[in-house]
Write a protein that binds this ligand. Sequence first.
Ligand code: KG4
Ligand code: ZN
Length: 354
Amino acid sequence: MSLILGIESSCDETAAAVVEDGFTVRSSVIASQIATHAPHGGVVPELAAREHLKALTPVVTAALEQAGTSLKELDAVAVTQGPGLIPALLVGLNFAKGLAAANNLPLIGVNHFMAHICGAFLDGGAEQLRSPETYPLLALVVSGGHTSLVLIRSDGEASQLGCTIDDAAGEALDKGAKLLGLPYPGGPSIQKAAVSGDPEKYDFPRPLTGAAGKALSRENLYNFSFSGIKTALLYHMKGSAGSDDPQFIADTAACYQRAVVDCLVRKTLRAARDTGARTIVVAGGVACNAELRRLMAEKCPRNVALRIAKPVFCTDNAAMVGGIAWHSFRRKEFSPLNADSFARLPRFVRVPFI
Ligand code: KG4
Ligand code: ZN
């Protein structure tokens, strides 16, 4: 049995988790910085870094305690290396390096984007991840920083079929919420406001889906675009006298959310059909969204398995970090103590968890 401590600090959550053998989450502790960033309407990297510094020791201590373990019993320390905000990443990375060096433990640097995909298999997904029947697997990674479709084969070979050409879906929801006067973070706020709204009341565009009758260029077949929906929302708000009316806000939120979700679902299903995917995985913060979960389940063809990450493993957490690191641990693939953080997703040809 191996125990890995995962640490995550790529954006605005400070998180630590203890994961047993890659899939069993023994503890997962998350300190959110929402209160710090809310007055600014978005994440301020320097403030995030300072908050991480304050929160790391208590969060790691709580994760070890809740798992009923101690540093001595750990087999490795895993940490998010990137992509993310450099000041925020550096705090977690350096903390993890110190912990690994002081306790003579191997350090495993983790790719946050890949960890989101692997996180969909935590707590009960080991067999599905291992089974050849699962592949080809199409993953939709949809968060505040990413909106990507990744095709993964049974040997771990992977390619990015498409991604957003402007805003990420979560970013579009966050910015949309600002226009609607709803609090940060916008995704959950829009979901909440949309509950009492009519999602068919107003028309918002579905960019790059072919819905407007325009044929899609080959290069954009699996790409996403959300800036046009956001601009449509801006004009919709400007053109409406009753923009303070709660029903107007609810209806607008419902239609805006439906437009974003509809684009995600249509493009994912199109890619699944074209590639013969046998499993669709949906992961990342926006995968929490109830409308996305519902519509994806409703539209997913019967012969395709749908695996949506559990809500607690959708938004940033460290269980996915401890989980994905186990696959490197088994292969004795460790990171050097001078490993650096990285801001952007590097080009990749494989995933490390198969
Ligand atoms: O994965 P995540 O925690 O951080 C990144 O790696 O970006 O994702 C955060 C994003 C934010 O844009 C947030 O608004 C969105 O996920 N989000 C949601 C919901 N919960 C979080 N979007 C829609 N509905 C939700 N329930
Ligand atoms: Zn994330």
